[in-house]
Design a protein around this ligand. Structure first.
Ligand SMILES: [Zn+2]
Length: 219
């Protein structure tokens, strides 16, 4: 039951990745391609312990390879990290663990400091997605293609307010601007790569976080 549940979650999580090179669905496989770099099993074990420290509940997902360099290995499906985060699919453990740390340590503190309310829900644009960077054909594979990234779009507050990155980044209310800059800055201390609206035009409506090898990068 547990395994079947995990499979179902994985298929839901990966539903966005159906486009092979010529529109053909890329069929996932359990067998790593020859060039695949294996995850360090000790790091994964430690990461799962760390994830538990934030009270996160999760399902470990089977390693999958999708062609076009895309994969989801050492990944989990987060079920809960204190508050709901929408649209989360497969994430490599360390990215999931950093997201849990950021949510529990930084987001609530910033929300209370600037907006006098707790965050009750975070809206994401998702995690795994087999595509090149910024969706530009021919560009390097996005960390989303390795289940190693998450895009944060909005925050719902206990007082009923909803703060979106798109409208809030340059909001007329300085408290909203300060809140978003505070959570952005806090993410830079926790993730390898953080790109927000100040980074480039492609990130006008979300904060991108990943644990790829290009960091540290904070824009
Ligand atoms: Zn992203």
């Amino acid at each position: 039951m547990r395994i079947r549940g995990a499979w179902l979650l994985l298929m839901v999580a990966l539903a966005g990745c159906v486009g092979g090179p010529k529109g053909k669905p890329s069929r996932p496989t359990h067998r790593p391609p020859p060039a695949a770099k294996a995850d360090d099993p000790r790091e994964l074990k430690q990461c799962l312990v760390d994830l538990g420290k934030y009270g996160a509940t999760y399902t470990q997902l089977p390693d999958r390879w999708f062609g076009n360099g895309c994969s989801a290995t050492g990944a989990v499906q987060l079920n809960a990290i204190g508050i709901p985060v929408t649209n989360l699919g497969a994430m490599k453990c360390r990215t999931a663990e950093r997201l849990s740390a950021w949510t529990n340590e930084a987001v609530q503190t910033a929300a209370m400091a600037w907006l006098d309310s707790r965050v009750v829900k975070i809206e994401s644009f998702g995690t795994y997605n087999c595509r090149p960077r910024n969706g530009v054909a021919g560009a390097k594979l996005s960390e989303h293609g390795r289940a190693n990234a998450v895009d944060i779009a909005a925050f719902q507050l206990a007082n009923g307010r909803r703060i979106t990155v798109e409208k809030g980044w340059n909001d007329s209310d300085p408290n909203v601007r300060n809140f978003l800059r505070a959570v952005h800055k806090a993410a830079c201390r926790r993730f390898a790569v953080v790109i927000g609206p100040a980074g480039d035009a492609a990130h006008y409506n979300h904060l991108h976080f990943d644990m790829g090898g290009d960091g540290p990068y904070c824009r």
